[in-house]
Design a protein around this ligand. Structure first.
Ligand code: SF4
Ligand code: SF4
Length: 340
């Protein structure tokens, strides 16, 4: 039967294996690259998550990434996690970890996978980047999770202030009993991601400077040699080649080359539900105004148009993306791995 829909729309999504929930916009960190901590107030209610459950079932959702803001600041984060877990969903917590030690037992009982941001190998570097003196507290949380049998993966945003510390961060991950560590470039491109507001005061750029590039290249070569077992075992999540993409990204930001090519179909298998009720196709691209339920929003003509534009490589955010994701179409049919 003919439809009246405009041409060029991506087909509607029948399945949504991965859903990210921003539980709250509030945060107890003060990262220089983010403004949620300045203005974030919105939070998802327990009732709104409860109302979402039938849809998640219908959409075949298998895993929920719980993020924010700082999700552990939501007063009912544990009730929400328990609600989702009771549906058989895999739960993945992305946290800055300041309150991890305090909540370690509950967190480890409720979540399948933990990722904790760790941007410095010592207290001074951590504080400079994250804006709060919490290195020891986060380390305590990581140790507690490891003791409870649920070691977290560290996630480090590589930038001018910490790139020299990458080998020390790998050593720290071992010392803390972590499951591994992953690295990505700082997102400096999207004016609107991370709740950014245009007129917020910012320090100097987080990017690597031109004088840093050679040192970073040398450091990556050394890491490939000296940390070969960590690459081979997957303790360092990225291959040496993937880490070199971070170098290429910063090189391109300085106008010295092309951005590494991006292959991403995240919006084909996932969506982000914001604390204020908005729905995004991914972390970095704002969605159109919500169109009712989650299912209605991911399949509204405007969202389908946006997905088509992403698929065709027309979205400017994608060209400089620091966190693209690709799943082979066949893999999308299978159970998502808990470790994602
Ligand atoms: S980047 Fe994350 S941890 Fe840092 S202030 Fe923003 S929401 Fe908080
Ligand atoms: S490449 Fe990045 S910006 Fe583009 S859809 Fe994927 S995650 Fe989003």
């Amino acid at each position: 039967m003919a439809t009246s829909e405009p041409k060029g729309l991506a087909t509607g999504l029948q399945q949504l294996p991965l859903v990210t929930l921003y539980l709250t916009e509030r945060c107890n960190s003060r990262c220089v690259s983010c403004d949620y901590w300045r203005h974030g107030r919105a939070q998802l209610s327990l009732e709104s998550v409860q109302a979402l459950l039938p849809e998640l079932k219908q959409l075949g959702t298998q895993a929920v990434l719980v993020s924010g803001g700082e999700p552990l600041l939501h007063p009912q984060w544990a009730e929400i996690a328990a609600l989702l877990k009771a549906q058989g969903l895999q739960l993945w917590l992305l946290t800055a970890g300041l309150a991890l030690a305090k909540h370690a037992e509950q967190v480890c009982a409720l979540f399948d996978t933990l990722t904790v941001s760790m941007d410095g190998a010592d207290a001074a570097t951590y504080t400079t980047i994250r804006g709060v003196d919490a290195f020891d507290a986060v380390c305590a949380g990581l140790r507690a999770a490891a003791r409870l049998g649920k070691p977290a993966t560290l996630r480090c945003t590589v930038q001018g202030r910490n790139f020299r510390q990458l080998p020390r961060l790998v050593a720290l991950a071992h010392e803390l009993g972590a499951a591994g560590i992953s690295f990505l470039a700082a997102d400096l491109n999207n004016a609107e991601a991370f709740g950014r507001i245009a007129d917020a005061a910012r320090p100097e750029s987080l990017a690597l400077g031109i004088d840093d590039l050679a040192a970073f290249e040398q450091l990556l070569a050394e890491m490939e040699r000296t940390l070969a077992p960590d690459f081979q075992s997957g303790f360092i999540a990225e291959s040496p080649a993937k880490l070199r993409r971070i170098h290429a990204h910063y090189r391109a930001l300085l106008g010295l080359g092309d951005f590494p090519p991006v292959r991403c179909n995240a919006p084909e298998f996932s969506a982000v539900l914001e604390a204020g009720g908005g729905v995004r196709p991914c972390f970095f691209i704002p969605g159109p105004p919500p169109a009712g339920t989650l299912t209605q929003s991911i399949n509204s003509p405007a969202m389908r148009q946006l997905r088509e534009s992403i698929r065709c490589g027309e979205q400017p955010e994608c060209r400089r993306c620091v966190c693209s994701m690709w799943r082979e179409p066949a893999a999308l049919q299978r159970q998502l791995e808990p470790a994602l």
